[in-house]
Design a protein around this ligand. Sequence first.
Ligand code: NAD
Ligand code: UD1
Length: 343
Amino acid sequence: MDNLILVTGGAGFIGSHTCVALSAAGYRPLILDNLNNSDVRVLERLAKITGRPPSFIKGDVRDRTLLDRIFREHNISGVMHFAGLKAVGDSVTDPILYYGNNVTGALVLAEAMQAAAVKTLIFSSSATVYGTPERSPIPESAPCRPANPYGRSKRMVEQMLADLQHSQPDWRISLLRYFNPVGAHQSGLIGEHPLGNPNNLMPLVSQVAVGVRDQLAVHGNDYPTHDGTGIRDYVHVMDLAEGHVAALRHAASGPGLVTLNLSTGQGASVLDVVKAFERASGQRIAYEVGPRRPGDVAAYWGDPSLAQVTLGWRARRGMDQMCADTWRWQQQNPQGYESDGAL
Ligand code: NAD
Ligand code: UD1
């Protein structure tokens, strides 16, 4: 069998949805996750969606001995590397933790892959590598000037993998730069359940809708945008997941390195998201306009045309579906995977 894919961080938000897309496309995911930001109960939800429990190993991607054993014991044809830490603020407070997880994690993984002669790798990068962009839509050729340790850790891994592919041209590497992933699987069985206090817009909006929070703080309405609030390129997590499958198929066509935006090419403002969520949920989203959030960019969105041409992939789900699917997940699982109502 040559369809076994090691999915590091596969218990997390994007990784779990990608496991669904992998299964639908005939691949078998093998999840490696230390569960530091996820819940093992996602596995039973995945089993319910796909009809088959995914293989799972609890462990750390920095554990070389474990990785060697995994590659020895399983006939893995490719790796999707989602495992990492992603909270920008925490990366400023504890940069060593971030470089350790994100950079060392990718380095140890690449070493183990090289030793095992597994040379197909899809890496979770981020639009955050662009920093404050000069213009939108942002093409992949835009300068990379990440503004915080998290963004720099992603950029360092991109550079390391590009150097690796340059030195060993038989590698097949995809660096996928995600814009703002939101939404959930349409079953409502899996979704994003941020541990602690979320900072991202969509989880906060859905918590207001379900009544966990009283209101949303809108971070500034004096930006030069159509309604004064910040604009981002929100992309449905199932579209992202399908983008990964498309990247895997592309890798099968030959060696090389591709760097691609996974984005919709369209921006939505904070108030656009609020209104779409109100439509999807039938709930009123109370909000109060506050000051700008330090470090925020007024508006940016990505140019998805290279991904379209290279992978034949494009985002198909719009903002209304992003909100409807987030709402279904939130309503059925107000306590995330602790909720059993959906099972
Ligand atoms: P997530 O936290 O839900 O998933 C990451 C998973 O990796 C978690 O299950 C966590 O337990 C696991 N993990 C972390 N460190 C690990 C380690 N050292 N060993 C093994 N497992 C480990 O995050 P997500 O939103 O699914 O993001 C997945 C990837 O995509 C991350 O690399 C993230 O930086 C990147 N990304 C995310 C976003 C976003 O907004 N969600 C945007 C751009 C890029
Ligand atoms: C954040 C991260 C970025 C990451 C991205 C996607 C920072 C500095 N950047 O960016 O690295 O890739 O998420 O996960 O954290 N907003 C409000 N009120 C809120 C929360 C957000 O008005 O309570 C606004 C923000 O000002 C922004 C928009 O909503 O205009 C989106 O914010 P957010 O979801 O945090 O994403 P990013 O700012 O793009």
